[in-house]
Design a protein around this ligand. Sequence first.
Ligand code: 4AD
Ligand code: MG
Length: 431
Amino acid sequence: MSVVQISELRAHAGETVTLRGWVVTTRSSGKIAFVVLRDGSGMVQGVLSKKEVPEAPWAEFGALTQETSVALTGVVREEPRSPGGYEVTVTGLEVIGRSHEYPISPKEHGTTFLLEHRHLWLRTRRQGAIARVRHEVEQAIRDYFYREGFTLVDTPILTGAIGEEAGNLFATDYFDLGKAYLAQTGQLYVEAAAAALGKVYCFGPTFRAEKSKTRRHLTEFWMVEPEVAFNDSDANMRLQESFVSFIVARALDRRKEELKELERDTTPLERVTAPFPRISYSDAVTRLNQLGSDIAWGSDLGGDDETLLAKEYDRPVFVYNYPKQVKAFYMKENPDDPRTVLNNDCLAPEGYGEIIGGSQREDDYDRLLARINGQGLDAEAYRWYLDLRRYGTFVHSGFGLGLERTVAWICGLPHIREAIAFPRQIHRLYP
Ligand code: 4AD
Ligand code: MG
């Protein structure tokens, strides 16, 4: 007798198989009983007839509770009316692990309660669907860069230099060397790797001690960061629109069932094709003022501004060349308007805001050093980074796409915290 997964039942019609999984629901009419089983690969209904099963499994059925783990043996039958197309006529039932008073019942629970039980919440259909879309997006990211000839370079999480801004760093004691910081970005390191390998990317967890308690912020999130030698800011945006379109198309193609489970209206996602519209920061401020925002030239776009602006377009939009004063030290000064830098954000539609931040990098040694000093950073910690401008400097650009924001957008989630298995937020370190 073979042990199979629910997703494999089709290949075993008419055979006796054993399934192992967790009880979702049970119901019984006294003579005939039903158990819905979940094993991670799918769900199936087992049917027990009192007349036909031995006494032991019938008795076991009576004691089944939600999330009890069981081994269920039976004959696979085609059943067009059941969701997976198959049903199992049970001949044997063995309890593996009992489940007493499972905290998450089919009734509605508040989000605080669910987050407190995140380790169990993951077992629901909805959370399973989100996990599978995230998995698909990660695979799409790797496939895209593999296809395009990028080399994956894993960058350190413990770093000695600030990558983005001093304001939101996690620091830890590092032996005799003082403080180490949890990486806010892998970018500085992939810049070094781009001079070695041309087209590279890193993909891993990044950390921000963000005081922001919004639906778009986590303190630990995953970011994918490509860096390309000899790409300018324009080529950087072209890479972004090709990349984002690829990811969305992949999710639409391979995760239809999951998006349906999430009740995601996929029409807006189907419009996500290159090229994406572009608007300069200065024009964006003018437009935002017309739309009722009181943003003034020189400040960063807030979350509400991003939502307001993105509503003007039917697909993601690039906002480019922001004021230097609101952006990181490494961005290349715009030769046509030194008040600004050669950068862009990519704003997702439907209120999801910035999913990408990217820029051409300052490749001039003196200018970069001046920016580092100007922001009060310790130039000594950036000696290696400055070296890249001393030994064969090169035009180069890259960007960072936030995985959870992208998954939240594709899935249509109200909050980014559901886009990662165990979210880290200011007020949450458990479970
Ligand atoms: O715009 P950011 O800060 O850019 C960088 O870190 C660059 N070093 C990237 C690069 O050029 N290589 O962050 C990039 C993206 C944002 O657009 C957003 O999607 C995500 O990372 N992100 C966050 N996601 C969740 N929680 C947070 N606190 C985030 N901060 C940034
Ligand atoms: Mg940004």
